[in-house]
Design a protein around this ligand. Structure first.
Ligand SMILES: [Zn+2]
Length: 323
């Protein structure tokens, strides 16, 4: 089932208490969403499905309009997550890397949610947790946007669970920056921030030379500082996990990483499987071949990708949850 913001906070807090992390997959297509839900069902672990501006405006969802994309994404995800095979699976929907002039319009829509008619019954569905991309913001702009999201939620009488970030690709975030950012939001809107994504020395994408700056100590000190500022435990969200070794990832989770974003490697696995499918099925795509239609249909391609992708998602989830 798709969790609401209050259920999401409880789910994240439970994982943090148990020393586990939740996989957050930047799911790029409806078929990727299906595979992620299936991986979560098989492992019994919760999963975060996240979407960024490029999916919301992209061809499979908004086709140019990010708010239309958000509605389509939310309705598709909730239709699957609330359906029978996945009713017992904890699914969170998170907005990841939303930026640009439409940030507040998109995130306002994600907070307010939509009424969806799912198999005959109407349900209100909204984002489980929210973050925005602060990479082009000053500290003041970052604080102002986060506070505005809190005000939008209050006006709409909706709950809100937030991830706040700071320079996730810019090396280690200094403690004084953490203090300034978290304190400013906590003072005005206490209790809304559930996840903190400081710079931890990782970067988005792949890295040939690893991340020499990254250490479990940096995670632990950011977690301790966030707890001191907020007066409660706040989980660390890790961006740029694709280039991190298994050993480092395990250490990071023990130190307080509770949400592990996974995008680059996920995309690579799916796109390589697609390339392999077309390379190995060329003969079947001849119009005289008896199987050409089954091979040409999206279902043929997506089923092939799923066979490669699903075991990798399960493997990643097992690593994060220590199963
Ligand atoms: Zn990220």
């Amino acid at each position: 089932m798709l969790l609401d913001p209050v259920q999401s906070r409880a789910c994240i807090a439970k994982a943090l208490r148990e020393g586990r992390a939740i996989l957050a997959v930047n799911a790029d297509s409806p078929a990727a969403i299906t595979d992620c839900l299936e991986a979560a069902r098989r492992t019994g672990a919760p999963i975060i499905i996240e979407t960024s501006l490029w999916q919301l405006t992209g061809h499979s969802f908004g086709a140019g309009d990010p708010v239309r994309g958000l509605v389509r994404y939310l309705v598709q995800l909730s239709a699957m997550a609330n359906a029978e095979p996945y009713r017992e699976t904890r699914v969170l929907f998170h907005t990841d890397h939303i930026k640009g002039p439409e940030t507040l319009r998109i995130l306002g829509a994600a907070i307010r949610g939509v009424e969806a008619n799912l198999c005959g019954s109407t349900a209100h569905v909204a984002a489980s947790s929210i973050s925005l991309d602060s990479s082009e913001f000053s500290e003041e702009e970052n604080i102002r946007h986060i506070c505005t999201l809190c005000e939008i939620a209050s006006e709409a009488q909706r709950d809100l669970t937030l991830e706040m970030e700071a320079g996730v690709d810019d090396g280690l975030t200094p403690p004084e920056v953490t203090k300034r950012l978290l304190s400013a939001v906590e003072e005005k809107h206490p209790g809304r921030i559930c996840l903190w994504a400081p710079g931890l020395g990782t970067r988005h994408g792949f890295s040939a030379e690893g991340y020499p700056e990254f250490s479990a100590e940096a995670v632990a000190s950011q977690r301790a500082l966030a707890r001191e500022i907020a007066g409660r435990d706040i989980g660390i969200a890790l961006h740029g996990s694709s280039g991190l070794s298994t050993e480092k990832l395990r250490e990071a989770i023990t130190a307080g990483v509770v949400k592990v974003n996974w995008s680059s490697e996920s995309l690579l696995i799916r796109s390589r499987a697609a390339a392999e499918y077309y390379a190995t099925h060329q003969a079947e795509l001849e119009k005289t071949h008896p199987k050409w239609k089954a091979t040409a249909m999206d279902h043929g391609l997506q089923s092939y990708i799923s066979e490669c992708y699903l075991p990798r998602v399960i493997e990643r989830m097992e690593l994060l949850t220590g199963l």
